[in-house]
Design a protein around this ligand. Structure first.
Ligand SMILES: Nc1nc2c(ncn2[C@@H]2O[C@H](COP(=O)(O)OP(=O)(O)OP(=O)(O)O)[C@@H](O)[C@H]2O)c(=O)[nH]1
Ligand SMILES: [Mg+2]
Length: 281
């Protein structure tokens, strides 16, 4: 399966982000807790590699708690602090501000040694589409300063927000990269909703998703769809009958694919992750 999705605004955004990176003290990298590997943007990762970094694993509420705990350990390092958050419900403001202060501490100390007083932190919020960058900024600002929606490609330009006495945040558009080296990456992005579904062959993705869920979370299939078998064709036909996706005696199989993928992506089947530390090569 070959997946490509790189709208024009992303090329522009990448160029602008490269410019603005020089002016910021640190980077807040939002990743989806369900896909902490596929939601790394290698372009940004490379550009920002020397900056202090706070990684925020968003959508904690939708992820597999065990898998996310493993990722938090795996991703922490000397100049990287990792938080896992349900951005909509956790005490996001306090945790993110504390995380920024912690990761900036060595820099503050260097400034102090050179006689420069502590000043407001300027942080750029980066990440692939739909991971919650604008949501995080709104939670910090305690009001809706950025537009958010459950589809990729909502934010189209860079915008500063004054969110806290110690912190200014720069919202950026979700940026992907022109080509995925690993087809697996594209599949994971699609399962989590960070790539437009229109660029994918829906039947292929639905079959892959079914096999994955059956392997890792078999109970969710049983509970949600009252299906006990293991045959994808039979499963999607079963959904058609269960949900009455039938027109003139014909099963509307595409509708079953769409329903299953949508419910998976929205977390209706229960919390699950699509990537595990154990699968790292
Ligand atoms: N359940 C859950 N939903 C979240 C969380 N964080 C964000 N969302 C939802 O995810 C969707 C995308 O959020 P946005 O803040 O628009 O994402 P973005 O990264 O700014 O997306 P782009 O601007 O398209 O790059 C919205 O519907 C949010 O409500 C979370 O922690 N848990
Ligand atoms: Mg946004």
């Amino acid at each position: 399966m070959s997946i490509q999705w790189f709208p024009g605004h992303m090329t522009r955004a990448k160029r602008e982000m490269q410019e603005r990176l020089k002016m910021v003290d640190m980077v807040i990298e939002c990743r989806d807790a369900r896909i902490p590997m596929a939601s790394i943007n290698p372009l940004i990762f490379e550009l920002a590699k020397d900056k202090p970094k706070l990684i925020v694993l968003s959508k904690l509420d939708m992820s597999d708690p065990k898998a996310t705990a493993d990722w938090m350990k795996q991703l922490s390092s000397e100049n990287t602090v990792v938080l896992a958050l349900d951005l909509l419900n956790d005490d996001t403001r306090k945790k993110v501000v504390d995380g920024c202060l912690l990761v900036m501490k060595p820099k503050f100390e260097r400034w102090k040694a050179r006689g420069i007083g502590a000043r407001k932190i300027k942080a750029m919020v980066v990440g692939i589409p739909n991971v919650g960058k604008s949501t995080l900024i709104n939670q910090l600002a305690k009001k809706k300063v950025m537009t958010t929606a459950d589809r990729p490609g909502v934010t189209m330009s860079l915008k500063w927000a004054n969110v806290h006495p110690q912190l200014d945040l720069l919202d950026t558009p979700g940026v992907l990269w022109p080509k995925f080296d690993e087809p697996q990456t594209g599949i994971h992005l699609a399962l989590a909703g960070s790539i437009s579904e229109k660029v994918l062959p829906i039947d292929e993705l639905a079959y892959i998703a079914f096999d994955f869920v059956l392997k890792h979370y078999p109970h969710s299939i049983k509970n949600r769809y009252e299906y006990n078998g293991s045959d994808p064709k039979e499963f999607f036909e079963h959904i058609c009958k269960l949900r009455l996706y039938i027109k003139k005696d014909e099963l509307q199989i595409e509708q079953a694919y769409n329903t299953f993928l949508r419910e998976l992506k929205q977390g209706t089947l229960g919390p699950m992750s699509f990537e595990y530390v154990q699968d790292l090569a």
